[in-house]
Design a protein around this ligand. Structure first.
Ligand code: 13P
Length: 257
C-alpha cells in the first residue's frame, strides 16, 4: 500500500472525438460522486482536440478531475507543423502530460534524447510529466525488465534536479501487457516499480525517492487494480482501454472502496 496520494490516469489514446469526450468526462464526474476524491488524484489524458471541451466541462461542473496531453513538443513555439507546445497545454488548464509512451517510441521513433527534451519542456511549461517506461516481451523473456526500464528512466530524467524528480510521475508499462489483456502480476509490477524508486533514491536522495509517484500500466481494470495497489511501490495506474468507460474508470479511482 502506497504512502503517497494514489494517482489514476486514463490515457484515452486516439479514441473519442470531442463530443464523445464530453459525454465521458461528464459521466465520469457523475460516477466520481461515489468516490472519496480527496484520497486519489484522477486524471484524464484526452486527444488534443478534446482538451478545450474537457476544460469547459471540468470547470463548469467543478469536477474532481485533472487532465493533460498525451504528448507535447520538445520545442517552445515556432515552425513545427503539427506540434503542440507545453504552454498551449497549460493555457487550457492541463496539469499533466504523458511523455515517451511506448506507442510514441514504437510508432513515432521517439528516442531517449527526445523523451528527455520533452520532460524538460513539460517542466518549463509548468506541467507534471508522466514519463512512461517499460520493456518489450523479448526483454522480459530474457529477464532484463529492470535493466531495460531503468535505462529509460535514466535517459528520460537526465539533467533534472532532485526537486523536479520528486514531483514527477513515472509509469511502468511493460509493452507486452498493453492492450493485450495480459496484466503483469502484482509482484512483477512491484519488482520494477521498486527498482525505479531505488534508482531515484541512489541518484537523487530519499526526499525525491519517497515523493516520486510510480504507476503501473498495462491491462489495468477495476477487477485487478486493488491487488496491484496493495504493493508498496505502486502508487497508481495508467489505464488505457478501461478508462474509456466512465463507470469502470470511476471504480478504478475508487478502488479503496
Ligand atoms: P491498456 O490499459 O489498454 O492495456 O493500455 C495501457 C496503456 O498503454 C496506458 O497508457
Amino acid at each position: 500500500m502506497t504512502t503517497r496520494t494514489p494517482l489514476m490516469a486514463g490515457n484515452w489514446k486516439m479514441n473519442l472525438d470531442w463530443k464523445q469526450g464530453l459525454a465521458l468526462v461528464e459521466e465520469l464526474g457523475e460516477q466520481l460522486k461515489d468516490v472519496d476524491t480527496s484520497k486519489v488524484d484522477t486524471v484524464v489524458l484526452p486527444p488534443f482536440v478534446d482538451l478545450r471541451t474537457v476544460q469547459t466541462a471540468v470547470d463548469a461542473g467543478k469536477l474532481p478531475i485533472a487532465y493533460g496531453g498525451q504528448d507535447l513538443s520538445a520545442h517552445e513555439s515556432g515552425a513545427y507543423t503539427g506540434e503542440i507546445s507545453g504552454q498551449m497545454l497549460t493555457a487550457l488548464g492541463c496539469t499533466f502530460v504523458a511523455i515517451g509512451h511506448s506507442e510514441r517510441r514504437q510508432y513515432h521513433g521517439e528516442t531517449e534524447e527526445l523523451t528527455n527534451a520533452k520532460v524538460k519542456a513539460a517542466f518549463a511549461a509548468g506541467l507534471t510529466p508522466i514519463l512512461c517506461v517499460g520493456e518489450p516481451l523479448e526483454e522480459r523473456q530474457a529477464g532484463k525488465q529492470v535493466e531495460y526500464s531503468l535505462a529509460q528512466v535514466e535517459g528520460g530524467l537526465e539533467g533534472l534536479t532532485a526537486e523536479h524528480v520528486a514531483v514527477s510521475v513515472i509509469a511502468y508499462e511493460p509493452v507486452w501487457a498493453i492492450g493485450t489483456g495480459e496484466v503483469a502480476t502484482p509482484d512483477d509490477a512491484q519488482e520494477v516499480c521498486a527498482a525505479i524508486r531505488e534508482w531515484v533514491r541512489a541518484k537523487h536522495g530519499d526526499t525525491a525517492a519517497d515523493a516520486v509517484r510510480v504507476l503501473y500500466g498495462g491491462s489495468v481494470k477495476s477487477s485487478n487494480v486493488a491487488e496491484l495497489m496493495e504493493k508498496p511501490d505502486v502508487d497508481g495506474a495508467l489505464v488505457g482501454g478501461a478508462s474509456l468507460k466512465a463507470e469502470e474508470f470511476a471504480k478504478i479511482a475508487g478502488y479503496q472502496g
